[in-house]
Write a protein that binds this ligand. Sequence first.
Ligand SMILES: Nc1nc2c(ncn2[C@@H]2O[C@H](COP(=O)(O)OP(=O)(O)OP(=O)(O)O)[C@@H](O)[C@H]2O)c(=O)[nH]1
Ligand SMILES: [Zn+2]
Length: 364
Amino acid sequence: MTQKREKNIYQNLSALGWTSFFQDQLENRHSDRVATARVVGVRKNSFAISDGQTEWLATAAGKLQQANRRYPVVGDWVLVTDTVIHEVLERKNRLTRGAAGGHGKLEAVPTRQQVIAANLDTVFIVCGLDRDYNLRRIERYLTLVYNCDLTPAIILTKADLQPDPEAFVQEVETIAFGVPVHLVSARDATGLVRLEETIAPGRTITMIGSSGAGKSTLLNRLYGKSVQATNATSEKVGKGTHTTTSRDLIVMPQGGMIIDNPGIREISFWDADKGVESAFPEIERLAAGCRFSDCNHAHEPGCRVLQAVANGEIAQERLDSYHKMNRELTYLAERQHKSADRMEKERWKDVALKIKSMKKNMKK
Ligand SMILES: Nc1nc2c(ncn2[C@@H]2O[C@H](COP(=O)(O)OP(=O)(O)OP(=O)(O)O)[C@@H](O)[C@H]2O)c(=O)[nH]1
Ligand SMILES: [Zn+2]
């Protein structure tokens, strides 16, 4: 490959978020037939991929279906020959949640993970200032994002529907602890300029929030024209249906990229390592002052957290929410440890059986 062509390719890819983290993975395996591309859309049986200049459809090689292989999701960097993806590069990070398990119940335990998007710089937690507004749900989203080791920003949409939208910002800030809270309206363009700064060239953002929170509308507004179908434009299809069906990565005129996700009804956790510390820093800080170092902040004497609830420093709902998520994450972590243990035991049982049959054969 000529140096000039290589430089051009690199420029196109870096506009899509390509960095040395991915480049390093290509060491020693350069082939002219293999191209690198980013997954920008997930269709039923294929993937839309782009190298920053051309976009085309590709399918995943059969071997990627194996359980221990990475299967492409939107935002992934892949190695592709013509229209076949045969490898998904290691991810810088990913947004995952638990899937399946009981329905409707928040505390239902998920049985497998669902990677929503990969290689992200910021996650927009989008919440409408209408019936969608729910402080406890924002807390849950924050916990989900922190547990995936990602950077959140909170976007409150539909500011135009409230006479005093700033009051909501103040309330959200009491649980956000330094996470930026943006107030926007797609009606009168409130807050859009400030938001644009976060969509800097090469950066990837994904939006999560319930159906109808205003994600697609916001994306269209930021883009300057309609690139994503919204509930309003597809109303004839029927109410209550999700408008966003594919998770598309859209390159914005601001230079960055936004991934619009279909509304998430159930926010089940999958990554549990981080616990709830990051999302409830004030409770963790107070907990250090409890009389017992293993205090559960339930009914123990000398509990600093319960004291704070009693004197109004911390809302009861906030503590309830803390307990609930803590229970979920602890249970999930234990279960994942157990199944990892079980897999390890089964592996050794296999090895022992193989040795036994080898010995038997040697004796013959
Ligand atoms: N008044 C007002 N309405 C808005 C605003 N943003 C979105 N809406 C309305 O809210 C409804 C839902 O907006 P969408 O953008 O489709 O919501 P979504 O989050 O993308 O929904 P899904 O694609 O189902 O996840 C539509 O009727 C929009 O017109 C806003 O800033 N102000
Ligand atoms: Zn305590």
